[in-house]
Design a protein around this ligand. Structure first.
Ligand code: SAM
Ligand code: SF4
Length: 337
């Protein structure tokens, strides 16, 4: 398991919380400068600030994790291949979006619940091939899953056809018992077997797929794997990266301090860098919005650029920059960014 610089910084600031407000201030100023560069200064019409797009292929989920904000009573929606194609056509056509680094296959819900999941992945792959032919950069395709549906046959197809560049698994808790307690409806044994199979194949056969884990660590345990169940440690050792996090905010380790700073923050990196495509073609502003509260438009009514540059989306950016975060329903209670 490798430790990223970001994790080291998180750990440092967890151990020395007095520096946390300083880091947040630095981030805020950097983000405010970027806001001006991308939305105000001359030439802003020729550049887009988006670095990541999240795709929500399925709005529903097979699990009921205790901490998850997903509203399981909302209507269940599945993204049609046409919506995905419409988005990807616009990506290819508009070079202002060619600086996007990642297509994340997750938002609310579980990506692998999509009934045409392989067809959807193959569509992405075909657009990547077109991009390569036209010498257009194509973002990393990264899927995050709860792992319960990624059984051998499906895993083999995803790996053998090279349908993703990165696979992430959520394995919260640190022990089988707390995993099952937090991730309601999940069972550790089949989950472990699924993840072990995928991770081992990728490692042993040197497949060009990055594999990572995300673990929410209970407050009474340290942010390392020393106390975890041996099977958690075994998976962790197979991952290229393992993010250990607390509930809430960026990393979430310093709840009181970060809460105070975040409420006054005049910037939001997620808002600047992200867009989320929902199953019906709606676009929402960031991945903190699991229930469509921040929808700013739809890709069938407007182009990708028109949505990006729309009054509705710019209102979020303008309000945050002018200290009016509390007037935005989606953002007012956000303690993360
Ligand atoms: C919303 S889920 C969607 C993807 C997929 N269904 C899954 O569980 O991996 C994305 C990630 O957010 C994490 N997550 C959900 N609620 C959280 C919270 N309140 N604090 C920290 N992480 C959370 C999940 O554990 C998961 O790793
Ligand atoms: S965290 Fe993921 S698996 Fe759990 S309920 Fe939310 S969307 Fe489903």
């Amino acid at each position: 398991m490798s430790t990223s610089t970001r994790d080291k910084v998180k750990r440092l600031f967890n151990e020395h919380p007095v520096f946390w407000p300083m880091l947040k201030k630095g981030q805020e100023w950097n983000s405010r400068l970027q806001y001006r560069y991308y939305y105000k200064w001359p030439g802003h019409d020729h550049r887009a600030s988006i670095k990541e797009v999240n795709f929500e292929w399925s709005s529903s989920c097979n699990l009921r994790c205790k901490f998850c904000a997903l509203d399981h009573d909302k209507p269940k929606q599945i993204m049609s291949p046409l919506v995905l194609r419409r988005f990807l056509d616009q990506y290819l056509e508009d070079k202002r979006f060619h600086q996007i680094e990642k297509f994340n296959l997750y938002n609310g819900g579980e990506t692998l619940l999509h009934p045409k999941r392989i067809e959807m992945l193959q569509i992405l792959k075909s657009y990547r091939e077109i991009a390569v032919e036209r010498n257009i950069p194509f973002p990393v395709i990264s899927m995050l899953t709860n792992g319960m549906l990624l059984r051998r046959k499906l895993a083999d197809q995803v790996i053998d056809e090279g349908l993703v560049d990165e696979i992430g698994f959520s394995l919260d808790g640190g022990t089988p018992q707390s995993f099952e307690d937090l991730r309601v409806n999940a069972k550790w044994k089949p989950f472990y077997e699924n993840v072990f199979y995928v991770a081992r194949r990728i490692r042993v056969e040197h497949k060009p797929i990055r594999i990572y884990g995300i673990t929410i660590v209970p407050d009474d345990q340290p942010l390392n794997t020393s106390w975890m169940h041996p099977e958690f440690v075994e998976l962790s050792n197979l991952f290229h990266h393992h993010e250990l996090r607390r509930l809430h905010d960026w990393g979430g380790q310093i709840e009181l301090e970060s809460k105070g700073v975040a409420l006054k923050n005049k910037s939001c990196d997620l808002l600047l860098r992200q867009m989320v495509l929902l199953p019906n073609g709606d676009i929402t502003v960031c991945c903190n919005d699991l229930n469509s509260a921040g929808v700013i438009g739809n890709i069938w009514n407007r182009t990708l650029w028109e949505n990006y540059n729309s009054e509705e989306r710019r209102k979020y950016l303008d309000y945050i920059d002018s200290g009016r975060k509390s007037e935005l329903d989606l953002c007012k209670d956000c303690q993360s960014f």
